[in-house]
Design a binder for this molecule. Structure first.
Ligand code: CO
Length: 460
């Protein structure tokens, strides 16, 4: 049977409209989505948490509880950046553990867990906590191409994830650069080593995704990530209805997937999409196919960042040099997958190297932290000369970086006092202090307004 994970509430929302979809704009379709027969609905984690607090004035935990209530029959899924949780740096273990526990307690069934460097030490705690709390831990491989990322290396990684307790393996191609052939070969290689269900996650960015999904299914993938058609394509996932149509016609068993309900879901989201087109949040560029990533081996988002940086410095004439420098910096760093935060790190350093006219004359603090081992272990050998220059007198982290961090939960709880109304508030604050504080204040103010209003009505 082929399962479908619907991404409209998380990845499609994140990839097409910068995660600006408020709860009120999708709440009325949740009970319908609950009848669609999806394998799961990805609805939380990734950038949604940050966006709720930062832009939407929503409590992300309350959003999750409301989705849970409206969708009692569907597995709810979130994306977790391993030891980074939902942020960009490593957190202490007490925070990671409690965050996972409360995510499951508030309604999450499946946690997809990845590390940008595929350093398994950075996903172990989250995986074990998920399993111990009755959740489904999906180990996700950050897919990339490089001389050190062979089929064997990825297959061994999957096998380690199985030993760790992961119940499914997800191949996560954030940049949409995985070709149909690569997916086919990779899934075969993984299936030789592990017995777990395999999930394919890709993006339409380069136009390969439909073919890649099809070949993945032919190779034995069990679940594919798709988005309802009006929120599909471009930097988002391939369309749910389209793949259901094609695979169904080829005779694949799609389980309880109900095409009538899929149409209702899409009909609901069409005017929502139109609204985001009208307000300028959904731009045509993210919906088109961009094959540059195939030529330059640089993900689309990263390429736009490089261009933006060069334009800001009035240095677009250096573009070709930067394109040559980027893979060299990546090699010096031991071939990290070009995903957040590595893509930003490599890109900024490449631009700096070119604009300074001398390589590593200035080394960013992120690259220094990377060489100290604060992000985990590099996939391949790093350039020792560059590393020595980056480290200077500073020492490398011994062992796992999170082991060097002090526990943070109890301390923060005490500091926040009454400002935090729940343990979830404390977690929000640790994840995004400034945004959470602003949200707590707005929540307080909204309440005091409500009280005044009630009194004025009473006096009447
Ligand atoms: Co994605």
């Amino acid at each position: 049977m082929i399962g479908f994970t619907e991404t409209v509430l998380r990845d499609a929302n994140q990839s097409l409209i910068a995660t600006r979809l408020p709860y009120d704009k999708f709440k009325d379709i949740l009970s319908t989505m609950d009848k669609a027969g999806y394998y799961s609905v990805e609805c939380w984690g990734g950038a949604t948490f940050d966006s709720c607090l930062r832009y939407l004035n929503e409590d992300p935990w309350e959003r999750l509880r409301k989705i849970r209530e409206a969708m009692p029959n569907t597995k709810l899924q979130m994306l977790l950046r391993g030891q980074n949780v939902l942020g960009y740096k490593h957190y202490p273990d007490d925070f990671v553990k409690l965050f996972v526990e409360r995510s499951i307690a508030n309604g999450i069934d499946i946690i997809r867990i990845f590390d940008a460097l595929n350093d398994l030490r950075n996903i172990k705690l989250a995986v074990e906590t998920t399993v111990n709390n009755g959740g489904i831990a999906s180990g996700a491989i950050s897919y990339t191409q490089s001389p050190v990322h062979s089929l064997d290396a990825f297959a061994s990684l999957s096998s380690e994830m199985q030993k760790m307790g992961c119940q499914t393996i997800c191949i996560k191609d954030m940049a949409g650069v995985m070709s149909p052939k690569e997916a086919y070969d990779l899934i075969h290689a993984i299936k030789d080593k592990v017995s777990l269900p395999i999930i394919l996650h890709t993006h339409c960015t380069t136009g390969l995704a439909y073919m890649t999904a099809l070949k993945a299914v032919e190779a034995g993938a069990d679940v594919i990530d798709t988005a309802t058609s009006c929120f599909s394509g471009g930097t988002s996932q391939p369309a749910t209805e389209t793949l259901a149509f094609a695979l169904g016609q080829m005779g694949y068993d799609l389980g309880k997937l109900d095409t009538k309900v899929l149409k209702e879901v899409n009909d609901f989201f069409m005017p929502v999409k139109e609204e985001f087109v009208q307000n300028g949040m959904l731009i045509p560029k993210v919906l088109s196919t961009d094959t540059n990533a195939l030529t330059y081996k640089i993900p689309g988002g990263m390429l736009s960042n490089l261009i933006a940086q060069l334009r800001a410095q009035n240095a677009m004439d250096k573009f070709d040099e930067v394109l040559l420098e980027t893979p060299r910096v990546r090699e010096d760093l031991g071939y990290p997958p070009l995903v957040t935060p590595m893509s930003q790190m490599v890109g900024v350093q490449a631009v700096t190297n070119v604009l300074q006219g001398e390589r590593y004359k200035i080394i960013s603090k992120e690259v220094k932290a990377y060489f100290r081992g604060e992000y985990g272990k590099a996939p391949g050998d790093v350039n020792q000369e560059v590393k020595a220059k980056a480290l200077g007198d500073e020492k490398e982290v011994e062992g796992r970086y999170a082991d060097t961090l002090e526990p943070i939960v109890e301390k923060t709880k005490a500091e926040l006092g009454d400002k935090a109304e729940s343990i979830e508030d404390v977690l929000s604050y640790i994840a995004f202090p400034a945004q959470a504080e602003k949200f707590f204040e707005a929540r307080e103010e909204a309440r005091s307004k409500r009280v005044k209003y009630t009194i004025s009505v009473c006096e009447d």
